[in-house]
Design a protein around this ligand. Structure first.
Ligand code: ZN
Ligand code: ZN
Length: 117
């Protein structure tokens, strides 16, 4: 698969979502490679903690444009909106990742794993 072809990525990820097999995306070599690359680019620093002025190791890479809503952007570091480029993938620590997803406001009983995000 050509990971920079958003149509191709979109088709693949949409299919996985439809078949309830999205964990295959998170386990894929494409995502693993990109995730590692993003973590390294940001020196494994949680960006939300950094914004608050302290250092926490990031062990999650969050999609600003949720994979389920925007399958085409699943493997894109950035996205274009109204002619401007924005960051799509951001390294976060566990707590900040939960916060971004509003986990504590939701009624989900089981802990979220990376596979679900
Ligand atoms: Zn954090
Ligand atoms: Zn996330």
């Amino acid at each position: 698969m050509n990971v920079s072809n958003q149509d191709e990525v979109g088709k693949w990820v949409s299919k996985l979502i439809a078949e309830d097999r999205l964990e295959e995306f998170y386990n894929s070599k494409y995502w693993r490679r990109l995730r590692k690359e993003v973590l390294e680019e940001y020196k494994h620093e949680c960006q939300d903690c950094k914004a608050k002025g302290y250092y926490t190791e990031a062990n999650h890479v969050h999609h600003i444009q949720y994979v389920r809503k925007h399958p085409r952007l699943a493997l894109s570091k950035t996205y274009i909106f109204q002619g401007k480029e924005y960051i799509n993938l951001v390294p976060l620590c566990h707590d900040c990742h939960e916060a971004r997803h509003g986990y504590r406001q939701k009624e989900k009983k089981e802990p979220l794993t990376e596979e679900r995000w």
